[in-house]
Design a protein around this ligand. Structure first.
Ligand code: O2Y
Ligand code: MN
Length: 598
């Protein structure tokens, strides 16, 4: 859709379909955010936190059935099923629109329809894209105000004739005359739909008010729809952090990183280096849009304006920058609070305050064994408040990328770090990455590797084989010497006692240092069958108390383990069918050959 008239027509069409009591255009002003928040506090939907401890912060509790992204209810509804590929749920778009039109009919009765114009990316960036979310959730409005550039500035660009992605959202809980509302309205699971229509560049989300299901600028637009736009327009929309690294000599490097969930991505984006003189600054913690510059280099922008981070496990030790960021103007969801307006979650690194009410709204007994906060409890916080935010995080043309990290959570086999031989081999690394299934996911596959190409498995808006082809095509758009170097990292190797060998967190800066030295051509590395690996002596481990033998171990390639890995990779590739690029099979064949050589 494009321009003012189309926007007005679409809003009117949705108003007539969903029959809200009122229509409210969100301007983005602070007064408006405050008045929406006050309204929710008055209605008992939200609680204000202690103003001295957490100025301008609120807390929400969701319905117990609406706590995370729902992948089973997420659809890529392309005209042809083969275009959505083996990694997505597909439904015929005509049928799905019919079903959803039925569900949206009258779905906003008794509620207000909010129109949120927004920009993904800095408002003055040529790489930004516009969207308009229609929602009946005021919680979504105030979250979108943090996570995107929402309001009049985005509207002005649309009114000037620019394209926008229509993002339709309803919590799916109309109110009958006189019916009392609940704090967190939503629809039952079988009525939830997170639907993407690639050919229309449109998103229709029904029945959930939570996170990625409802804040449609994030996963739905900036990854699923944007990945399709990126394929068609020749760029990359990726599930990656972006960080800026400065050496003691003042040399600057920019790094993006793709990691599946539970690998410490936000922590890495805000890392505090343990090595003297190095500095890490944050450009983004979740999504990177990367374009080829005129000089052939890849430039990344962070399309988001905030962080929607997992609260449990975030502490002064794991992420002091995130802790500083969330002290004000932050929305918390599904944590534990008390009548004093204190806030707590598991892994906060401080003792739990007294008389907590858990995320379900029940008095919490610390002895009960129950979690006070939901494991997917969140904070929504402005990126501008982050003490490590890079001064150029909103640079309209983005930042030039020197290295791309891929990685997962693997207890064995994958070394601490290895560098690809070239771009194609790097894309192969991205295509095979993944994590071992842990008890955190309900599955009968605990211990098995769940492969997650470039951490994009739930977010590729089209066929995974075509997605990998878009990565491979970088060498046609640029050249090996200009493209970022690709490194596979694994912070999660364990010893025989099941303990992590690498200390992680701030000490990951030691690996980043080796990576910058590889970029500069100053660090040696051993050529192994899987890529370039540092020797123990090549890493700066000054002041680190580690077992030398164990570190040597996580820098060693075990051929038998890797032959088994190669077998599992082939199974993974075969599962993606005929569209899997030949070049990646070539890489796999070459890997097996190198592993079999003396
Ligand atoms: O549960 C949700 O809806 C959020 S999922 C999420 C949030 C922030 C960053 N990344 C993710 C993810 O699933 O990758
Ligand atoms: Mn993510």
């Amino acid at each position: 859709m494009k321009g003012k008239q189309m926007l007005l027509d679409w809003v009117e069409e949705i108003r007539a379909l969903t029959t809200p009591d009122e229509v409210h255009w969100f301007s983005g002003s602070q007064e408006e955010i405050k008045s929406l928040t006050d309204m929710m506090v008055e209605k008992g939907i939200a609680e204000r936190l202690n103003e001295e401890l957490y100025p301008g912060c609120t807390h929400f509790r969701s319905d117990a059935s609406d706590v995370a992204r729902v992948e089973d209810r997420t659809f890529i509804s392309s005209k042809l099923e083969e275009d959505s590929g083996p990694t997505n749920n597909w439904e015929d778009p005509v049928e799905l629109k019919k079903t959803l039109t039925g569900l949206f009919t009258g779905s906003m009765k008794g509620r207000t329809l909010y129109v949120i114009p927004f920009s993904m990316g800095p408002i003055d960036s040529p790489y930004s894209k516009l969207g308009v979310e229609i929602t009946d959730s005021p919680y979504v409005v105030i979250n979108m105000a943090i996570m995107t550039r929402a309001g009049d500035a985005a509207l002005a660009r649309i009114e000037a004739g620019e394209e926008f992605v229509p993002c339709l959202h309803s919590v799916g809980a109309p109110l009958e005359e006189g019916q009392e509302d609940v704090a967190w309205p939503c629809a039952p699971m079988d009525k939830k739909y997170i639907a993407h229509f690639p050919e229309d560049r449109a998103i229709w989300s029904f029945g959930s008010g939570y996170g990625g299901n409802a804040l449609l600028g994030k996963k739905c637009f900036a990854l699923r729809i944007a990945s399709i736009q990126a394929r068609d327009e020749g760029w990359l929309a990726e599930h990656m952090l972006i960080l800026k690294l400065t050496s003691p000599e003042g040399k600057v490097y920019h790094v993006t990183g793709a990691f599946p969930s539970a690998c410490g991505k936000t922590n890495l984006a805000m890392l505090v280096p343990t090595i003297e003189g190095w500095k890490v600054e944050t450009v983004g913690d979740d999504i990177a849009w990367m374009h080829y510059g005129e000089d052939g280099r890849l430039y990344a922008i962070n399309p988001e304006a905030g962080f929607f981070g997992v609260a449990p496990g975030t502490s002064e030790k794991s992420n002091p920058s995130a802790m500083a960021t969330i002290q004000k103007n932050t929305i918390f969801t599904n944590n534990a609070t008390n009548a004093k307006g204190e806030l707590w979650w598991e892994g906060m690194g401080v003792e739990a305050p007294e008389n907590l009410v858990d995320w379900k709204g029940q008095p919490w007994d610390p002895e009960s064994g129950e979690k006070a906060a939901h494991p997917n409890a969140r904070f929504t916080t402005p990126a501008s408040q982050c003490p490590t935010i890079a001064p150029d995080w909103e640079a309209p043309m983005g930042v030039p990328i020197d290295a791309i990290l891929v990685g997962g959570r693997r207890a064995t086999t994958i070394p601490l770090v290895h560098e690809s031989f070239n771009w194609q081999h790097g894309v192969f690394m991205g295509s095979i990455m993944g994590s071992e299934v842990t008890a955190a996911v309900i599955s009968d596959k605990i211990g098995q590797v769940r492969r997650d190409p470039f951490a994009m498995l739930p977010f590729i808006g089209y066929h995974v084989g075509d997605y990998l082809k878009n990565w491979l095509s970088a060498t046609e758009k640029s050249s090996e010497d200009k493209l970022p170097r690709i490194f596979y990292v694994n912070w999660f190797r364990k010893n025989d006692e099941g303990k992590f060998i690498w200390p992680g967190f701030g000490d990951n800066s030691r690996v980043l240092k080796w990576i910058t030295e590889r970029i500069d051509g100053t660090a040696p590395a051993r050529k192994t069958p899987i890529g370039y690996v540092p020797a123990f002596e090549d890493l700066d481990l000054t002041g680190l108390d580690v077992d030398e033998e164990e570190i040597r171990d996580i820098l060693t390639i075990d051929r038998d383990e890797w032959l088994e890995e190669a077998r599992s990779i082939r199974e993974h590739f075969d599962g993606y069918g005929e569209k899997m690029p030949r070049e990646l099979y070539d890489e796999l064949d070459a890997l097996e050959e190198r592993l079999s050589e003396d």
